[in-house]
Design a protein around this ligand. Structure first.
Ligand code: DX5
Ligand code: ZN
Length: 221
């Protein structure tokens, strides 16, 4: 599977979101990464559900890659207008009944992804391989952009890759957190398919968005 790019909107110029989205949409970017935080599962609030819904109305080519860092994530699905083509990642650590929630996502025509934080062991995925279309491997602790990568992240990516390959299932491996210019290629070598690009790459200072996207696509292809 070719490497795919999902720039993180919370790292863009938040005073010009529509033009930021349209610029990406015209560059052939696969997904737009939309972080939702409830201030309880993580001590931060970012894009709200109505904005995540509004993004849908301006997309021409990109699909939504929605990362919900919240307890009881299903309470937001209607407000976000979750549906066909969306990736929806919910955290194993935030859900008592994650299998039911993954099934609701699938019934809405979206792709259920299971997000795992750095302290959650890769082998937990073995229990959910029939319930997911992807895994979101957090390479930083969820909640904030601009953090350094967590020690052991490359081994984690490789371990998840092994679990997916052994299953023989078509499950996407997404990485999120410090996907930087100098580390993204190593993440690709460890087995990542989908790359959330934030403040340490596509939205790092001083680069035009088209140059940054083209550089990233080259590094992850
Ligand atoms: C953090 C979010 C990430 C974040 C990535 O909790 O899930 O998507 O925006 O930002 P960087 O790339 O700066 O780590
Ligand atoms: Zn994210």
């Amino acid at each position: 599977m070719r490497g795919m790019l999902s720039p993180s909107l919370m790292c863009a110029d938040v005073l010009n979101l529509q033009s930021e989205i349209e610029a990406l949409d015209n560059l052939g970017v696969d997904y737009i990464h939309l972080d939702f935080m409830d201030g309880k599962f993580v001590p931060n609030i970012t894009l709200d559900a109505s904005l995540i819904r509004a993004v849908k109305s301006v997309l021409k080519n990109m699909k939504r890659d929605i990362h919900i860092m919240a307890y009881e994530p299903q309470q937001y699905f209607d407000r976000m207008d979750i549906g066909e083509g969306d990736i929806v990642a919910v955290h194993l650590e935030a859900c008592d009944n994650v299998r039911d929630i993954l099934s609701i996502i699938r019934k809405r025509g979206a792709k259920p992804f299971l997000a795992i934080s750095p302290d959650t062991k890769a082998e937990v995925l073995n229990d959910y391989l029939d319930d997911i279309d992807g895994v979101l491997v957090m390479t930083v602790y969820p909640g904030f952009a601009g953090q350094p990568i967590v020690e052991g992240s490359f081994d984690k990516i490789a371990e998840v890759r092994q679990i997916i390959d052994n299953s023989g299932k078509n499950i996407i491996l997404e990485v999120d957190g410090h996907v930087s210019w100098d580390l993204c290629h190593k993440m690709r070598e460890c087995g990542a398919d989908l790359f959330v690009a934030g403040s340490s790459s596509v939205y790092s200072k001083g680069m035009k968005i088209d140059e940054a996207v083209n550089k990233m696509m080259e590094l992850i292809k």
